[in-house]
Design a protein. Structure first.
Length: 300
C-alpha cells in the first residue's frame, strides 16, 4: 500500500514538473537585419514551438556587439500573422551581434539568444532576392530627367509667350515626381515583375530584338539637343550599356502585352482595335498586380 502511494506521489510530482517546464521556442530571422548609418532598419522573426507558430507573445530584443562595446539597443517587436513579429532597429555599425529575445506569454518569460552577422544592404529593395540598387534608382531618375528635358525642348519649339511659360512651369512641377524614391521603385518593380513573368511563360529577349528597340530610342534622343548633351555628360558608353540591360526587360514585358492583345482579339473577333487595346491594357494591369503579389518584395 505504501509503495503504491509512493508511486502515485512520484507520478504526480513528475506530471507537475512537466507542466511547469518552460516553453521551448524556436526563433528564425525571416527578414534580414541590416545596418545603415542613422537609419532604423526593419526586420522580422518567426517564433515556433514544435514546428507550430506561436502567437500572443510580448517580444523584446536586446542587441549588443559580441567583440566590442557599443552598448545595447532595445527593440519592442509588434506581432503580425502566423507567429511573425516585426521591429525596427538602428545599429551603430556592421559586425557580429548577440541578440537576446525575451518572449513573454501570460507572465511566463523565456529568453532565447541568437547571433547574427549584420551587414549593410546591397540596395534599397529586393525582388525575390534580386537587389534594386542605388545605381538603379539613379539611372531611372536620369531617364526621367531626360524625358523632362525632351518635353521642355518640344514645347519650346511649339509654344511662345504665356503658353510656353505655362508649359515650362508644368514640367518644372514634375521634377518632384522624378526625385520621389517610391515613384522610382514603382517603375522598377513594374518592369522587373513583368519581365520575370515573361520568362516564366518561356519568352526570351533576342539580341536582334533588343538592338532594334535600342536603335529606335537612339534615333529619338538624337532629335533633341538637350538629350544628346545630357547623355554625353552622363557618359555615352555607360548610358547605352545600361539601356541595353533595361531594354532586355522591356522586350520581355512587351511580349506579355502582345500575348494579352492576341488573347483579347481571339475572344472578341468583332471588337474594334481601340477597344481591344483598352481591354488588353486593363488585363495587363490586373496581371501585373497579381504578379507583384506573387513575388517576395522587400523595401528597406
Amino acid at each position: 500500500m505504501k509503495k503504491a502511494m509512493r508511486l502515485t506521489v512520484l507520478l504526480f510530482l513528475a506530471a507537475l514538473a512537466g507542466c511547469s517546464a518552460d516553453p521551448e521556442y524556436s526563433i528564425e530571422v525571416t527578414k534580414p537585419i541590416y545596418q545603415q548609418p542613422d537609419k532604423e532598419m526593419p526586420f522580422e522573426i518567426t517564433v515556433t514551438e514544435n514546428d507550430k507558430a506561436v502567437t500572443g507573445l510580448d517580444v523584446t530584443a536586446v542587441f549588443s556587439m559580441t567583440n566590442m562595446d557599443h552598448g545595447t539597443t532595445v527593440v519592442e517587436l509588434t506581432e503580425g500573422e502566423d507567429g511573425t513579429y516585426t521591429g525596427n532597429v538602428e545599429l551603430p555599425m556592421t559586425g557580429k551581434y548577440e541578440i537576446i529575445f525575451t518572449l513573454d506569454k501570460d507572465g511566463t518569460k523565456v529568453e532565447e539568444v541568437i547571433t547574427q552577422d549584420i551587414v549593410k544592404p546591397e540596395g534599397v529593395a529586393s525582388i525575390n532576392g534580386e537587389w534594386i540598387t542605388y545605381e538603379d534608382l539613379d539611372f531611372y531618375k536620369f531617364i526621367n530627367y531626360l524625358q523632362l528635358a525632351i518635353n521642355r525642348e518640344t514645347d519650346q519649339k511649339r509654344y511662345t509667350g504665356d503658353q510656353l511659360k505655362e508649359a515650362l512651369s508644368y514640367w518644372d512641377s514634375q521634377e518632384k515626381l522624378v526625385d520621389d524614391q517610391n515613384q522610382l521603385l514603382t517603375q522598377i518593380i513594374r518592369l522587373r515583375s513583368m519581365a520575370m513573368l515573361a520568362k516564366e511563360k518561356g519568352h526570351t529577349a533576342g539580341e536582334a530584338e533588343v538592338q532594334a528597340e535600342i536603335n529606335k530610342v537612339r534615333d529619338q534622343y538624337n532629335q533633341f539637343e538637350s538629350a544628346k548633351a545630357m547623355i554625353n555628360e552622363y557618359g555615352e558608353e555607360k548610358f547605352w550599356n545600361i539601356e541595353e540591360q533595361q531594354y532586355q526587360l522591356i522586350v520581355l514585358s512587351q511580349k506579355v502585352q502582345q500575348d494579352i492583345i492576341e488573347k483579347v482579339k481571339k475572344e472578341n473577333p468583332k471588337m474594334g482595335q481601340q477597344e481591344i487595346y483598352f481591354q488588353a491594357q486593363k488585363q495587363y494591369e490586373e496581371l501585373l498586380v497579381s504578379q507583384v503579389n506573387s513575388l517576395k518584395i522587400e523595401i528597406l
